[in-house]
Design a protein around this ligand. Structure first.
Ligand code: NAI
Ligand code: 15L
Length: 268
């Protein structure tokens, strides 16, 4: 049966807020969790991913989990270790113990962020391109993907790892013309990841059908995802403002963009 009750971790964050609005239209009942209070949702569970007891209670009885909680930019390694590495492990353990069947894991393009971006007629970046994390943050997403594979092979707990590009209401940079995922396409992709049959552990890139797309959406489409949006409608304005990407600028050369230079300064 299709999942109906879904735990959304990181519900107070940017993507969580967008998905709280969009996913109920697909018929899901969302249970919300975040370490911060979730605005307008008094029933949300306020819990840290470090709190194993709270996680176990939070996952009890849900059909699936969308795991967005964690540090979403570069940060000192110790912070990434606690929130993203140990936190994701704690959530998977809770899911295994409570018999949850499927997790949609918010991985990131930064798991492969040092991969040179395609230029000219270069082929799209395949999903099995070698991992090249651009940050401790990206490294934690590599860990999450491997953890997901382990829990599938060992315990039969399914995951779709979504290497999200940039999911914001609008693209705000020229790089984002290539990696943008509209919120509506994000909801389409999460819905496909929740409902596709037998996903095992599937890794997909998450973005819209952008004219300037850098990576291959084949594995996402195989889940039933049919993106409807294209960032190109924003291209004229963004290129006029910032110019085209400069092949000689290291921050423009790789999939991860400026993350290749970002210092670990997350304000937590
Ligand atoms: P965000 O930083 O706005 O939201 C993350 C949420 O996780 C926050 O509300 C925060 O309070 C919560 N959180 C952090 N540590 C926690 C902990 N220890 N326990 C419980 N909750 C905790 O990030 P955003 O943009 O909403 O991203 C959501 C997820 O998607 C993140 O995992 C991020 O790495 C991933 N992602 C997002 C992309 C995007 O374009 N928005 C792109 C690629 C990946
Ligand atoms: C991410 O992984 C971040 O969480 C998000 O805030 C964006 O910076 C995005 O990648 C991106 O690459 O633009």
């Amino acid at each position: 049966p299709a999942p109906r009750t879904v735990l959304l971790t990181g519900a107070a964050g940017g993507l969580g807020t967008l998905m709280r609005d969009l996913l109920p239209e697909y018929g899901y009942t969302l249970r919300l969790l975040d370490v911060r209070p979730v605005e307008g949702a008094p029933d949300a569970i306020t819990a840290d991913l470090a709190d194993r007891e709270a996680l176990r209670e939070a996952v009890r009885g849900v059909d699936a989990i969308i795991h967005l909680a964690g540090i979403s930019l570069e940060a000192p390694f110790e912070k990434i270790l606690t929130a993203n590495i140990e936190g994701t492990y704690n959530l998977y353990e809770a899911a295994r113990e409570e018999g949850v069947r499927r997790i949609v894991f918010a991985s990131s393009n930064h798991a492969v962020g040092y991969t040179p971006r395609p230029q000219g007629d270069d082929p799209l970046i395949p999903i099995d391109t070698p991992r090249r994390p651009d940050t401790f943050y990206g490294l934690s997403k590599c860990f999450g993907e491997d953890l997901a594979q382990l829990y599938w092979d060992k315990y039969g707990l399914e995951t779709v790892s979504v290497r999200i590009g940039s999911c914001f209401p609008e693209p705000t940079s020229v790089r984002m013309l290539s990696v943008w995922m509209s919120p509506a396409d994000g909801a389409r992709l999460f819905h496909a990841a929740l409902t596709a049959e037998r996903v095992g552990h599937t890794v997909v890139y998450g973005s819209s059908a952008n004219t300037r797309l850098w990576w291959d959406l084949t594995t996402a489409r195989a889940l039933g995802y049919a993106p409807q949006d294209d960032s190109e409608v924003y291209a004229e304005k963004l290129v006029a403002e910032h110019g085209e990407l400069d092949p000689d600028n290291p921050a423009h050369a790789c999939l991860g963009g400026h993350f290749v230079n970002d210092p670990p300064v997350w304000p937590y």
